[in-house]
Design a protein around this ligand. Structure first.
Ligand code: HEM
Length: 143
């Protein structure tokens, strides 16, 4: 049987490492005043990559919280968590991934085609959050 609690706590911390490191990369682009990132004509790229970093880091924290919720709530750990787990994993790939790809090649004010992944990631995230909220409705928390 899959240990969803461990899977998400682990995935969350590793992806936090990845996306916080991406923040360090953005910081470095600022430090070296890289024009491909900072020029006004490239502000779409800056916005997209900042959004990729922000969504990646915050989603990583959501994974850790979900893992701890599964571990701490007896009723939740007995449920079929596969759809929630898959949706959350998918959101973590499609949301920041779409923003990142949208900033690689862009068309003046419009992001690149990678941005088309973002709405799918958003729907997966909202579905996961809904399923989690519903599943915790009658949860008994362990002491
Ligand atoms: C839990 C960890 C983190 C979270 C939740 C987080 C979240 C965010 C958010 C929400 C923004 C957008 C702010 C805005 O545009 O108003 C942002 C921007 C930024 N973050 Fe992070 N961050 C994290 C870690 C880091 C780390 C470790 C670094 C680098 C050492 C970093 C560097 C940056 C930079 C440079 C920007 C601005 C990018 C730009 O506007 O060009 N972040 N972060």
């Amino acid at each position: 049987m899959i240990d969803y609690a461990q899977r998400h706590v682990r995935f969350g911390w590793w992806s936090l490492l990845v996306f916080a490191t991406a923040g360090l990369v953005l910081e470095t682009l600022h430090g070296f005043k890289v024009r491909a990132y900072l020029d006004v004509s490239n502000e779409t790229r800056r916005l997209m990559w900042t959004l990729a970093h922000a969504h990646g880091t915050l989603l990583a924290v959501v994974h850790v919280i979900f893992g701890l919720t599964v571990r701490g709530a007896r009723d939740l750990s007995g449920r079929d968590l596969r759809p929630i787990s898959s949706a959350l994993m998918g959101a973590s790939v499609l949301l920041p991934g779409g923003f990142f790809l949208g900033g690689i090649a862009f068309y003046s004010g419009d992001p690149g085609f990678g941005i088309l992944l973002v709405p799918f990631g958003a729907v997966l995230l909202l579905a996961a959050v809904f399923l989690i909220a519903r599943a915790t409705g009658e949860t008994v928390v362990r002491r």
